[in-house]
Design a protein around this ligand. Structure first.
Ligand code: URA
Ligand code: SF4
Length: 201
């Protein structure tokens, strides 16, 4: 099973978003609250791809509205990038978690789910045709640049992908988890400055 049979052909973003609500391309729809589709201008020059919605995003229905989103907002602003001009999405569009008491603990999506959900991401990229794609973390990099791509080695470098250039960096949640958060944040910001420089006219 993949999302392919749920993705309408030649559809605009609004149509895709509506169709994605009913996706059953993998098992994750079953326990999650809702599909969290990408958001942003349809003519965005840059698409940023996270991993999957977190707890807050799952409840809210919007990408990057929780703690990772706040960190991303801060870094975007410091790098001189306007969030309103960026299309933000995720490699996997339902929240994967395990329940521990009342808490829902994030689980990293596996290869099956990344592959199953890829048709939505492909459709978004085909519609938007961005100049630059930014992969936030290894899951996004795997979805866009292949499973051989190593974020640790290649982060902050501009690479040529299908019809666009791509830059990979760490996931904002990795910055939040890092024992040396300030250092991790500086590294993340440096990568986003590369993005800002690439977008300069
Ligand atoms: N982490 C992600 O990768 N995406 C979100 O939307 C939120 C947190
Ligand atoms: Fe469909 Fe992706 Fe949700 Fe799986 S995670 S049900 S493929 S939208």
């Amino acid at each position: 099973m993949t999302a392919a049979e749920f993705v309408p052909e030649h559809a605009d973003l609004a149509t895709l978003r509506r169709a994605a609500r009913d996706c059953r391309g993998c098992e994750l729809y079953h326990d999650a609250t809702q599909t969290v589709f990408g958001e942003g201008p349809p003519d965005a020059r840059v698409v940023m791809i996270g991993e999957q919605p977190g707890d807050r995003e799952d409840l809210d229905g919007h990408p990057f509205v929780g703690p990772s989103g706040r960190l991303l907002d801060r870094a975007l602003e410091e790098a001189g990038l306007d969030r309103e001009t960026v299309y933000l999405t995720n490699a996997v569009k339902h929240f994967k978690f395990t329940e521990r008491g009342k808490r829902r603990i994030h689980q990293r999506p596996g290869r099956t789910e990344i592959v199953a959900c890829a048709p939505w991401l492909t459709a978004e990229l085909d519609d938007i045709r961005p100049e630059l794609v930014v992969c936030l973390g290894a899951v996004a990099a795997q979805a866009v640049l292949g499973s051989d791509f190593r974020v640790t080695r290649m982060r902050g470098q501009v690479v040529a992908a299908d019809d666009y250039r791509a830059v990979a960096t760490v996931h904002p949640s990795a910055v939040l988890r890092d024992p040396d958060r300030e250092r991790a944040y500086r590294g993340f910001l440096a990568d986003l400055r590369v993005v800002a420089r690439e977008l300069r006219p």
